[in-house]
Design a protein around this ligand. Structure first.
Ligand code: SF4
Length: 449
């Protein structure tokens, strides 16, 4: 059965957009090809699996201070961006990255887009673990193999800088990110290869996982070139996939909870940003390894729970249940001149104001919603929310989410997208002032229809 159509994500590409947008030309920034943003040049450094050693993390902090605005920004693919760079600093940045192994290939640096389950190998992973409860395999070995083979393959340099690989250990976290090629571990050594947003997976023989992933990517590239187009569709390569297909298991898309985890710590960052001092606090708390997550957090494998107070003191989110969970924002002013507002500052005020008492607010702003249970809301499990300075909506989440769009007079709050397996739908939008926004957003995040 051929894969189902792969719809283009809503919104157009922009400087900080990292969700797949397969119909547009490839203008993604990299470590060598900087993007000219309104707050200076921007470099995006690919970190396969979000993996960093403590030495590499410190090198990034030093580069941010010496060459940029002193801040580091985690993207929705677990990569890192440096902003406010001088236009002539590219070679100096490249030298710093090469010295610590963060630029293994000049020709392939923008195609090393690999997300992986960030807590793989830390909890009760095992081949027989229940679906969704824990992983079945430590995908870090897959990350390293895929990265090395990508960089060693001449053809792979022709992939788009947007082309995304996801390696899911079976808990269904990164499998929900709508990557171009996803490999999902199952119980008893089973593996499934998923293309785009297909609802079915193709079984892959153990030991051939990365070969199958690379074959799928290469087939896409060949199909594009044969058709002389930049966009692709899974149906075009269905004949080149492993034979047979089965329904995919449910994928939760759940980010690691913040706080102490089995086998380490997990922290959240405000809009994925940290200054160099905060970054050094992360390194100090680590046991030598950091894993940046696609949810703009950081997992510290092996770090001790006694480090949590220092991380909280440094400004990281270490306790669950905050309105900041799954809250994102585009760059906005002053970094992007297209923006109608300083969305991060406005969003931060709204999030710090927190949720209003249950029952307040809906009638005042015109949104209607059904409610999750009180326990769900208290645990911060409402919808993701994303603030945008213009209709491009750079970096918005996949699936169903609360859309907060600057209008120049305030914000428009709506619920966009569709839950996995559901029909896309949007709940009626409400125009609100900055003062009304916190209440409207909190209510919209409780929406279940
Ligand atoms: S204002 Fe925001 S959404 Fe619009 S282009 Fe700039 S970063 Fe993207």
């Amino acid at each position: 059965m051929p894969p189902t159509p792969d719809a283009t994500a809503p919104g157009a590409a922009g400087p900080d957009r990292e969700v797949p947008d397969r119909g547009r030309a490839d203008a993604c920034p990299g470590a060598l090809r900087l993007h000219a943003a309104d707050d200076g040049a921007l470099a995006r450094i690919r970190l396969p699996g979000g993996l960093l050693t403590d030495r590499q993390a410190l090198a990034l902090a030093e580069a941010a201070e010496a060459l940029g605005d002193g801040e580091l920004e985690i993207t929705s693919r677990g990569n890192v961006q440096l902003r406010g760079l001088a236009p002539h600093c590219a070679s100096g940045l490249a030298d710093r990255l090469r010295a610590v192994g963060l630029l293994p290939s000049d020709t392939h640096e923008r195609v090393r887009n690999i997300v992986a389950s960030p807590t793989a190998g830390l909890d009760a992973a095992g081949p027989d673990a229940a679906d969704g409860a824990a992983g079945h395999v430590d995908v870090q070995a897959w990350v390293r193999e895929l990265d090395a083979r990508l960089c060693a393959s001449d053809w792979a340099a022709g992939l788009s800088g947007k082309f995304l690989f996801a390696l899911d250990d079976g808990r269904g976290d990164v499998a929900a990110l709508d990557a171009d090629v996803t490999l999902i571990a199952g119980p008893d050594g089973t593996r499934l290869l998923r293309l785009g947003r297909d609802g079915r997976g193709h079984p892959v023989a153990a030991g051939r996982e990365i070969t199958a992933v690379l074959d799928a990517a290469r087939s896409f590239l060949a199909a594009l070139r044969a058709n002389g187009r930049e966009a692709w569709h899974p149906r075009e390569v269905s004949d080149l996939l492993p034979p047979g297909s089965v329904p995919l298991p449910a994928v939760s898309g759940t980010a690691p909870a913040v706080g102490a985890l089995p086998g380490g710590l997990s922290v959240g960052l405000r809009f994925g940003r940290a200054d160099a001092g905060q970054w050094r606090a992360l390194v100090a708390a680590s046991a030598g390894e950091l894993r940046l997550t696609p949810w703009r957090g950081v997992v510290l494998p092996g770090a001790l729970a006694e480090r949590l107070p220092a991380l909280a003191e440094a400004g990281f989110r270490t306790e669950p249940g905050s309105p900041w969970e799954r809250a994102t924002a585009c760059t906005g002013l002053p970094g992007c001149a297209k923006s109608l507002a300083d969305v991060r500052a406005d969003a931060a005020r709204a999030l710090d104001a927190g949720a209003p008492p249950s029952g307040a607010g809906l009638s005042g702003v015109g949104l209607s919603s059904a409610r999750l249970s009180g326990a769900d809301v208290a645990e911060g499990s409402g919808l993701p929310v994303h603030w945008s300075g213009c209709e491009r909506r750079c970096g918005h989440p996949a699936g169903r989410w609360v859309d907060v769009l600057a209008t120049g007079r305030g914000y428009r709050v709506a619920v966009n997208g569709a839950a996995v397996g559901a029909t896309a739908a949007a709940v009626a939008a409400a125009d609100v002032t900055n003062e009304e926004m916190a209440e409207a957003v909190a209510e919209a995040r409780r929406t279940t229809k």
